[in-house]
Design a protein around this ligand. Structure first.
Ligand SMILES: *Cc1c(COP(=O)(O)O)cnc(C)c1O
Length: 389
């Protein structure tokens, strides 16, 4: 049996995001050996491009084999030792996952809970930091994909420095879509994933370790409990020595290389501006349909637009019709947002005017079919105003 060609579905959910044809073409090239000199050149170039996108000079910057969650595990498993005190901001699914992973590393986890759809309040963090002496690491999600909220990082960096704690940031849904700026912000440990704003297919998790994080790693007393993700092995392959540990996912690295090259060609600032503009146009259009955003404007993510499903509209019916009749995927809500919220991703190559317009049209048609009356033309016109401004 031969693979039946998958349909060209427009991916406007919480990830994976649409993959640029240049990336798919790069993935289809000949597989080289993982120690082949030509492939090693590509790995060096990929790491240099990652430093560009992370905006860092950190030497230890490379893609972990595995999806975004492997980046999360790689960060925590290498830095956290049993008994360490770790403070995690939990205002959505991914903060919760980070707390879970930290506890599996044997950490004493202190959770700072926040309302879904809002960032974690730095004052709440500060309170817990003072109440629990000796916190060694603060973990936060920059772009909480389950809620569409963006975490301001500057006040937390300041807190981390004052309390002598490391700052770990999940940038899975921000890297390549909004500024992460590792060095400018002085973030200690940052990971991401291929398939959100970087725009490659899932399979790699870029990560970068700053000097303070490395110091904590080097001073470990216990063995890293994951053989696969042990940084001392990984850096021997990704560093000068080129020591075999596990086989690098060659064609995935081609894909990441191409995705990062596309970002470099576009320029970070232009790319961030594009994400912002398309998100604003989408929200304007949706508001004309009577659909309201979940997150207040100042904390709204450009890459993931969470919006409230109107009363008496069935979540599943709308999403399955969008997929069946219009070949568009959008995301449903998780946890307390299940059935109440749609998550519309405009990430990487997906963040384009034609996609915003195609979704607004298809959504208006679908809603009218299901008895919710609204004007697609009006939505289209409102979105258009954003592009003309
Ligand atoms: C998607 C996502 C992850 C997990 O990535 P996977 O590729 O699904 O393993 C982690 N954190 C955030 C914020 C995400 O959006």
């Amino acid at each position: 049996m031969k693979l039946e060609k998958p349909q060209d579905v427009l991916l406007l959910g919480p990830g994976p995001s649409p993959v640029h044809p240049r990336i798919l073409e790069a993935m289809g090239q000949h597989t080289l050996g993982h120690l082949d000199p030509d492939f090693l050149t590509i790995t060096d170039q990929t790491c240099a491009l990652l430093r560009f996108v992370f905006e860092t000079e950190n030497q230890i910057t490379f893609p972990v084999s595995g999806t975004g969650s492997a980046g999360m595990e790689a960060a925590l498993v290498n830095i956290v030792e049993p008994g360490d005190k770790v403070l995690i901001g939990v205002n959505g699914v991914f903060g919760q996952r980070m707390a879970d992973v930290a506890s599996r590393c044997g950490a004493e986890v202190v959770e700072v809970e926040g309302e879904w759809g809002k960032p974690i309040d730095p004052e709440a963090l500060e309170k817990k930091l003072s109440a629990h002496n000796g916190v060694q690491l603060i973990g936060l999600v920059h772009a909480e994909t389950s809620t569409g909220a963006q975490q301001p990082l500057e006040p937390v960096v300041e807190l981390a420095r004052r309390h002598d704690a490391l700052l770990l940031v999940d940038t899975v849904t921000s890297l390549g879509g909004l500024p992460v700026a590792v060095d400018r912000r002085d973030l200690d440990l940052v990971y991401s994933g291929n398939q959100k704003c970087l725009g490659a297919p899932p399979g790699l998790a870029p990560i970068t370790f700053g000097e303070r994080a490395l110091r904590k790693f080097r001073n470990r007393k216990s063995k890293v409990q994951s053989w696969y993700l042990d940084l001392s092995f990984l850096t021997r392959y990704w560093g000068e020595e080129r020591f075999y540990h596990h086989t690098a996912p060659i064609n995935m690295i081609y894909a990441l290389f191409e995705a990062l090259s596309l970002i470099k060609e576009e320029g970070l600032d232009d790319r961030f501006a594009r994400h912002k503009k398309n998100s604003r146009a989408l929200i304007s259009g949706l508001e004309a349909l009577g659909i309201k955003p979940v997150v207040a404007e100042e904390h709204r993510l450009a890459s993931l637009n969470a919006v409230r499903i109107p009363e008496n509209v069935d979540d599943q019916q709308v999403r399955s019709r969008l997929r069946r009749d219009h070949l568009i995927e959008i995301g449903g809500g998780l946890g307390p947002f299940k059935g109440k919220v749609w998550r519309i991703g405009l990430m990487g190559h997906g963040s384009r005017r034609e996609n915003v317009e195609r979704l607004l049209k298809a959504l208006a048609l679908t809603l009218n079919e299901l008895g919710y009356s609204c004007s697609g033309e009006e939505a289209f016109a409102e979105a258009g105003k954003v592009y003309q401004a």
